[in-house]
Design a protein around this ligand. Structure first.
Ligand code: KG4
Ligand code: ZN
Length: 378
């Protein structure tokens, strides 16, 4: 539940990690079944935590796409039905626009209320700086790795006043995207290969701190035709080849597989079961992925003369990614903004925040519009 596009009254996330863990990746059929099972209690809990009842809802933001069609249909149909029952507007939102708004939402937390913010350009007000536009946004998760140029709609000039932020309507131009695996998907596949559990990112993030990131070198991905496209399947395959060429990895993989079956989850549990070679491989993989993400994003920001960089999506929780962006961007006087870790991974607050400017602009769903698996961001 989000008030006025900026105050998070409650944020409830129903993780499906336990359901998909034994498969090492999301199983679409199980995902939609889980959505169906959890959607009603999750909405009820969000209302309870916000101390509201259904009558307190002004409008309903709902993800229209992109994503897995079964899960989208469950959410969309529920939102549509609730809106009809309450007689409230339904605002369809692009999932990726939600990730962009997660950054705006985060930047507004802890500031004065919308009407009371200091006057002047973004970043000039007391409290945290606000992102100025145009921005380049990297959305990096298990399903996406994509770069967008984010501009103000309606010819709005670069820096909206702080009070304008929640109502801020943006337009998006795609600069580049992964040609194969998303970065989070590569993390999850490498974690499966090395028996480090699911999802792979958070555990590998912690294990990487114990290894030498320069121990194994990977050929940087080439994306001929568009330097702002990504490709991670080559790095993933190189990890596989490295493991196959060094039979010593086998023993550790078997030990960890057994531990995972016994319920081991945390990096601290797996650390003692990892050899130096394994930790070095994890650290080197992470270095290769992170430096590719950071360098292409900063190059895109420079090419588009962006005023800042926004980074969002599950992989934006990665500590090396955050550290490297902060270092590289500050060396170029380019501000970089992340959501909190909780707002980086998929959540409903970012969808509500993205819905708010569209609600104000009257972009309400007409009856025929439904979920779309491949919805482009426009
Ligand atoms: O955005 P998200 O919650 O869901 C979608 O994929 O849409 O992102 C989940 C992805 C998973 O692939 C997970 O391994 C990755 O984000 N992830 C991380 C970290 N935390 C989550 N990857 C690297 N480092 C992390 N700390
Ligand atoms: Zn997402």
């Amino acid at each position: 539940m989000v008030r006025g596009g900026r105050d998070i009254l409650s944020s409830v996330v129903a993780s499906q990690d336990d359901v998909h863990r034994k498969y090492g990746g999301v199983v679409p059929e199980l995902a939609s079944r889980e959505h169906l099972r959890r959607i009603v209690p999750v909405v009820r809990e969000a209302l309870e935590r916000a101390r509201l009842d259904f009558g307190g809802i002004e409008a309903i933001g709902v993800t229209r796409g992109p994503g897995l069609i079964g899960s989208l249909l469950v959410g969309y149909t529920y939102g549509q039905t609730l809106a009809a029952a309450l007689g409230k507007p339904l605002v369809p939102v692009n999932h990726l626009e939600g990730h962009v708004h997660a950054v705006f939402l985060e930047a507004q937390q802890g500031r004065e209320s919308a009407g009371g913010g200091a006057a002047g350009g973004a970043g000039a007000a007391a409290g945290r700086a606000l992102p100025e536009l145009p921005a380049v946004c990297l959305i990096v998760s298990g399903g996406h790795t994509v770069l967008y140029e984010v501009r103000a709609a309606n010819g709005h000039v670069a820096a909206p006043a702080p009070a304008e932020y929640p109502a801020f309507r943006c337009t998006y131009a795609r600069i580049g995207a992964t040609r194969d695996d998303a970065a989070g998907e590569a993390y999850d596949k490498v974690a499966k290969l090395l028996a480090l559990g699911y999802p792979g990112g958070p555990v590998m993030d912690q294990l990487a701190a114990h290894g030498n990131p320069e121990a194994v070198s990977f050929t940087p991905p080439h994306t001929r035709g568009n330097p702002f496209d990504f490709s991670f399947s080559g790095i993933k395959t190189a990890v596989l080849r490295h493991v196959q060429q060094h039979p010593a990895f086998k023993g550790g993989i078997a030990v960890r597989q057994e531990a995972l079956r016994g319920g081991a989850r945390r990096a601290a549990d797996l650390l003692s079961m990892c050899t130096r070679a394994t930790l070095d491989l994890v650290a080197s993989f992470q270095r290769a992925v992170v430096s590719d993400l950071v360098h292409r994003t900063i190059a895109a920001a420079e090419e588009r003369a962006a005023r800042c960089v926004l980074v969002s999506g599950g992989v934006a929780a990665n500590s090396e990614l955050r550290g490297t962006f902060a270092r590289e961007a500050s060396a170029r006087a380019l501000p970089v903004f992340f959501p909190s870790r909780a707002l980086s991974t998929d959540n409903a607050a970012m969808i509500a925040a993205a819905a708010y400017p569209r609600l104000l602009a009257g972009e309400i769903a007409s009856n025929g519009i439904g979920a779309e698996a491949n919805l482009p961001l426009a």
